[in-house]
Design a binder for this molecule. Structure first.
Ligand SMILES: Cc1cc2nc3c(=O)[nH]c(=O)nc-3n(C[C@H](O)[C@H](O)[C@H](O)COP(=O)(O)OP(=O)(O)OC[C@H]3O[C@@H](n4cnc5c(N)ncnc54)[C@H](O)[C@@H]3O)c2cc1C
Length: 377
């Protein structure tokens, strides 16, 4: 039961989005962070591939990722006992008919000042020995791709947030909110809370939560993505492999604690909920990976799925609702919510306090109009 019922900010959803914003706002405001599950991060945040890939996604997502890199590489000393990121690198491969896509993608990344090197198939196989030279016609390598320790990042935000006074309420599904005068009222089992600003960080539930507050939905779409872990090829140490992507994102593979995380990079629209891996999609991943890599998959150690939630233009949604005062959206993170959380939280905190785009993000070319929920109405 919270000590007070009056807060500056009520944040609904404690995935990486809500947790990072709560911590950031708590430096100068009072914050309650409300999570339906007992475990923060139980949904999309706990199910990701944990990659930082700064050339991935639309321009605003790439700007947010670039602006998050410094925090991930050098977090404040008290934030996490473990490093938040480790070097990984990524290899993009193309069959002969995909070579134009490989070249176009590399040219675009270079034109934007990103780092990417062309490799011969033989050089690519020196990095990932089971690559099938008979199907790989070309490859590129991105050195700036990192592994993220998602648990350390989320726990860092929750721990520092608590130290800054964030009130975290778990196991409390917010069924709606009412605006009275200048304040929002939320009824919980723990009692009624009041807040000046209500933040929607409800991930796949963001539209449903908005509707329950009398706010019109934005047409966000949760898309299921499947992942599985398989054993490494017998006798092979895979820990130093880069992540491996098909250039058309038909599959990806990355080392995962001595085994391999695989995904068919699927995007199936589903209603918000606790989603599970479909055996057929796991089989599709295994099949696509065996076409590119000479390895025998004897056993799938475990599989899971999560929802990546996108706005229809696949850009982030960060800002006040254009119609209902004091209702703030922080959602539509798609497949980039972990790698962009640090800068997205800084941007959201600034906009939610009616300040502009932080200078570090403006320097990366981010404009508030690109992420404004109003563009979706
Ligand atoms: C297979 C897969 C691979 C991915 N790989 C990467 C990657 O490599 N790199 C990357 O950056 N991103 C990746 N992502 C995307 C990333 O996981 C998401 O963008 C991110 O986790 C979204 O965070 P969130 O906090 O918005 O959502 P969530 O973590 O889903 O959090 C939303 C929370 O809101 C809560 N909630 C909802 N409604 C209510 C309510 N009414 N009351 C109280 N609480 C409520 C939910 O319980 C949930 O905990 C991947 C995703 C998947 C599924």
């Amino acid at each position: 039961v919270p000590d007070t019922k009056e807060f500056d900010f009520l944040i609904v959803g404690s995935g990486i989005a809500g947790a990072s914003l709560a911590d950031t706002l708590a430096a100068s405001a009072s914050v309650a962070l409300i999570e339906a599950e007992d475990q923060p991060g139980y949904h999309a945040t706990g199910r990701s591939a944990a990659l930082f890939a700064p050339n991935y996604g639309s321009a605003p997502f790439r700007a947010l990722a670039r602006a998050s890199a410094q925090f991930l590489r050098q977090p404040p000393a008290d934030f996490s006992a473990r490093p938040l990121v480790l070097a990984r690198g990524s290899l993009n491969v193309a069959r002969s008919e995909q070579l134009p896509q490989l070249e176009t993608a590399a040219a675009e990344i270079r034109a934007r000042g990103g780092r990417i090197d062309a490799l011969t198939p033989q050089q690519a196989r020196a990095l990932i020995p089971p690559l099938r030279l008979e199907v790989i016609a070309g490859a590129t390598y991105e050195p700036d791709v990192l592994d993220i320790d998602v648990a350390a990042l989320l726990q860092g935000y929750l721990r520092r947030g608590r130290a800054r006074g964030v009130t975290l309420l778990r196991g409390e599904r917010v069924a709606g909110a009412r605006r009275q005068g200048e304040r929002w009222r939320v009824q919980l089992r723990a009692g009624e809370l009041h807040g000046r600003v209500l933040v929607n960080a409800a991930g796949a539930w963001a539209d449903a939560f908005a509707v329950s507050c009398g706010v019109r939905p934005l047409g966000l779409r949760p898309l299921r993505r499947t992942a599985a872990v398989i054993d490494a090829p017998a006798g092979m140490d895979v820990n130093a492999w880069p992540a491996l992507f098909d250039i058309d994102e038909q599959f990806y593979v990355k080392p995962d604690a001595g085994r391999l995380l695989i995904s068919p990079a699927d995007e199936e629209p589903l209603p918000a909920g606790d989603v599970y891996a479909d055996d057929l999609m796991v089989a599709v991943a295994v099949d696509r990976i065996q076409q590119a890599l000479d390895l025998e998959v004897r056993r799938v150690a475990h599989s899971w799925a999560g929802l990546r939630t996108f706005a229809r233009d696949r850009d982030p949604v960060i800002g006040f609702d254009p119609e209902l005062p004091g209702f703030f959206w922080l959602c539509g993170q798609g497949g980039y919510g972990i790698q962009t959380a640090a800068a997205a939280a800084a941007l959201a905190a600034s906009l939610a306090q009616r300040e502009g785009v932080p200078p570090a993000l403006a320097a990366e070319g981010l404009d508030a109009a690109q992420v404004d929920p109003a563009r979706l109405r």
